[in-house]
Write a protein that binds this ligand. Structure first.
Ligand code: DGL
Length: 268
């Protein structure tokens, strides 16, 4: 067995959203130990420039790599869109983003080859999803929308009330009539809005949650690189944040359904 397989998996996000990926990885790989970093002092990344997101992402990755992680999951679409090639080229451990797994899953379900993508302003203006989808299937049509208010709604816990419905209606109106049959939730916060988004889109549009698909891709990656943990649980998982651990902990209850690992504040 590869000695590195006992090391933890590193996951980072600009803040809380990557916990949807944490939850999916924990469910899929219960013997793996996870170190999660949420850069809560500098969230949101979705409104920042590519240069800033790359710099922040390098700092987050460096923090986790110093703690000995065996693989890194960039559980933020904005960071994946802007910084993945840079991170993959800078570190000698496997680095996985959320964009490719989301695209592969969308192509596996789309019959009409017309796919919608929603995400932060940064993710949508990077066109990372459009480029990745067209690289996999040049004939695909992609319809994208930035939905900047969805992140604060999720952070507030307003995932299925009249304010959420109004924002969802406003951002997504007309999207179903563009002919899409699949909608990628291209932000790690959005799975918490899935029920309300699904209602707006109707049952002919399938929602693709990149968290689940990223956990599957990570599982394959660990197997292929001989890094999967053995049968017993290693070190307990831990969460690091760059600001306000108490607020993070209370929001994390919603994302993780109660079982929240210890949360510690750190400086990068
Ligand atoms: N979780 C981030 C993403 O997936 C959104 C939050 C932010 O803007 O930082 O893009």
């Amino acid at each position: 067995m590869n000695p590195a397989s006992n090391a933890p998996i590193g996951i980072f996000d600009s803040g809380i959203g990557g916990l949807t990926v944490f939850a999916a990885v924990r469910a899929r790989l219960p013997n793996e130990s996870i170190l999660y970093l949420g850069d809560t002092a500098r969230v949101p990344y979705g409104t920042k420039s590519a240069e800033t997101v790359v710099r922040y992402s390098r700092e987050c990755a460096g923090f986790l790599i110093e703690r000995g992680v065996k693989a890194l999951v960039v559980a933020c679409n904005t960071a994946s869109a802007y910084a993945l090639p840079d991170l993959a080229g800078s570190f000698d451990i496997p680095v996985l983003g959320v964009v490719s797994p989301g695209c592969e899953a969308a192509l596996a379900v789309s019959q009409k080859r017309v796919v919608g993508v929603i995400g932060t302003a940064g993710t949508i203006s990077s066109n990372a999803y459009g480029n990745a989808l067209k690289a996999l299937d040049p004939g695909i049509r992609v319809v994208s929308r930035a939905c900047p208010l969805f992140v604060p709604l999720v952070e507030e816990g307003w995932t299925d009330n009249e304010v959420a419905h109004a924002a969802i209606g406003r951002y997504l109106r007309g999207l179903a009539s563009e002919g899409i049959d699949t909608l990628i939730l291209g932000c790690t916060h959005y799975p918490l809005l899935a029920r309300a988004i699904g209602r707006e889109m109707g049952d002919k549009v399938k929602l693709v949650d990149s968290a689940e698909n990223t956990a599957d891709a990570l599982c394959r990656l660990l197997d292929e690189s001989g890094l999967a943990a053995g049968t017993s649980l290693g070190e307990p998982s831990h969460i690091y944040v760059t600001d306000l651990p108490a607020r993070f902990e209370s929001i994390a209850q919603r994302f993780l359904g109660g079982e929240v690992p210890p949360v510690t504040r750190v400086d990068l």
